[in-house]
Design a protein around this ligand. Sequence first.
Ligand code: APR
Ligand code: PHB
Length: 392
Amino acid sequence: MRTTVGIIGAGPAGLLLARLLHNAGIDSVVLEGRDRAYVEHRQRAGILEQGTVDVLRAAGAGERMDREGLPHEGIELRFAGRRHRVDFPALTGGRSVMVYAQTEVCKDLIALQLADGGPLLFEAEALAVEGAGTDRPRVRFRHGGPDGAEDVLECEYVVGCDGFRGVSRAAVPGGRAFERTYPYGWLGILADVAPSHDELVYARHDRGFALLSMRSPSVSRLYLQVPADTDPDSWSDDEIWAELERRFETRDGWTLDRGPITQKSVTPMRSYVHEPMRHGRLFLAGDAAHIVPPTGAKGLNLAVGDVVTLARALVHRAEKGSDELLDAYSATCLRRVWQAERFSYDMTTLLHPAPGATPFDDRLQLARLDRFASSRAAATDLAEAYTGFPIG
Ligand code: APR
Ligand code: PHB
């Protein structure tokens, strides 16, 4: 097989890149190791920054998002029984976010790709990226499951959109990793019950962090901080609801509605950046290059920023014959990545009482939260970061 751009991975990064390249008349092939059902039902992110919404609309992939997505103009911080709303448009000159799950973004992009895009091969597992340092890179892959035949995709460029556990990062020699792990994770549930608040609620309680989010007017998405190695099945539904109720408690008697839990999983918390994000004709994008703890809702939005930057650079190369933007790709992305890492780390350490935290640590978290509630400057920093850093 031959193509101009070989894309490994059909998550948000790989699928959006294929769409952007298609719209620019550049051919690509997407190799996805799992099947379509896995990609379309893997519960992960749920918040689209203003920039991501704009990119999806401009790429012709925003129609169902605009019909079914939930525009949100703020979040609530909850601590010491207090409730404080962060008003995004008032603090950012009009920016907001969209609640629309990455599963839905992937479904929309897959449908477009299968309708009029280039080849999207499911159960096509990339085994290795070869020749990244040459002008004839190639991807060796196996198609049709573990006993499938091996094949080779000859490309002009290869983009590793294969997530944190993919194969592409290993093909960047001499890279440097920057990492921090956290001594806790999130137990996440999907529940068939209308969200008990119309916006997201980030709660810091002495017992631990809790987050109220949503997937639709009738489906709630909730998380609570648990020890990092927690088995989701060790929590009964009643225990989950009871703990969430404790952590969301307020002085004004707000109540959390319960409902049938349809999914339960534990997400580990990690900050990770690999530098550089390029080697020769191989480019890394999305989780293949960086991971953020989910507290700041940045993962998918960073992946979007990477592939928009890369698509611009590949179009510039095709139209002008210049590698200038390709050569700047890694530095351009990393500047935005590190801003998101800083914000995600700040939000995580702000809201999660860590094991072994001292009374001083607890008071410090409450003082930081009080600052967001009392200072426009502090709240502006949060609102600007949450609604998204400029791309490129
Ligand atoms: N060959 C082919 N495909 C692979 C391989 C491989 N060797 N290894 C991984 N993949 C596929 C995975 O099956 C997955 O579908 O690559 C895809 C990677 O997708 P994501 O992990 O979602 O990564 P990315 O597209 O960068 O999206 C990043 O989006 O899902 C949200 O918030 C989440 O931070 C995450 C963000
Ligand atoms: C989600 O809805 O899954 C979600 C929302 C906000 C976050 C993390 C996850 O910070």
